[in-house]
Design a protein around this ligand. Structure first.
Ligand code: 4NP
Length: 159
């Protein structure tokens, strides 16, 4: 099993959106029995909460349901458990490095490094902005998800 963890700050906007989009892509590719997907936040502000209503609505408009997800905080064991730990921004990367067991740092990367057609490195935090921010976040996440699935297939020899 290849295990993928998406990480943002609160685990209510960006990383649950990435979890939903990427799970959907994995299911479409009929790889649900090969690739496991989860998400977490670097902070505990929203532990146990469902994703932000705006994130849920934006995802639902693209046929993706996030309502059953629940916020949790990232822990040190996530870096030993998950093969790919994908952060939304540089601050998330720094916070993950701080709790990462020695030797597992290379599992932590920026999610958008897998996006082939994007110039930017970070998924911007839409929490304090308007509704259109959530659509822009979805566009970036969809693009990076395609690149990520291709790379996972290549690195793990999944046909
Ligand atoms: P996320 O967005 O990291 O994409 O889930 C945020 C959610 C909550 C907060 C900040 C960002 N907050 O400060 O509570």
């Amino acid at each position: 099993m290849v295990k993928v963890l998406f990480v943002c700050l609160g685990n209510i906007c960006r990383s649950p959106t990435a979890e939903g989009v990427f799970k959907n892509l994995v299911q479409q590719a009929k790889l649900g029995d090969r690739i496991q997907v989860d998400s977490a936040g670097t902070h505990a502000y929203h532990v146990g909460e469902a994703p932000d209503a705006r994130a849920q609505e934006a995802a639902r408009n693209r046929g993706i349901e996030l309502g059953k997800l629940k916020g949790r905080q990232a822990i040190a064991e996530d870096m030993t458990e998950f093969d790919y730990v994908l952060a939304m921004d540089h601050e998330n990367v720094e916070n993950l490095y701080r709790i990462c067991p020695e030797g597992y740092e290379s599992r932590i990367n920026l999610f958008l490094s897998y996006a082939n057609n994007l110039e930017i490195e970070e998924v911007p935090d839409p929490y304090f902005g308007g509704g259109s921010g959530f659509d822009q976040v979805l566009d970036m996440i969809e693009e990076a998800s395609i690149g990520l699935l291709n790379e996972i297939r290549r690195e793990n020899n999944i046909k």
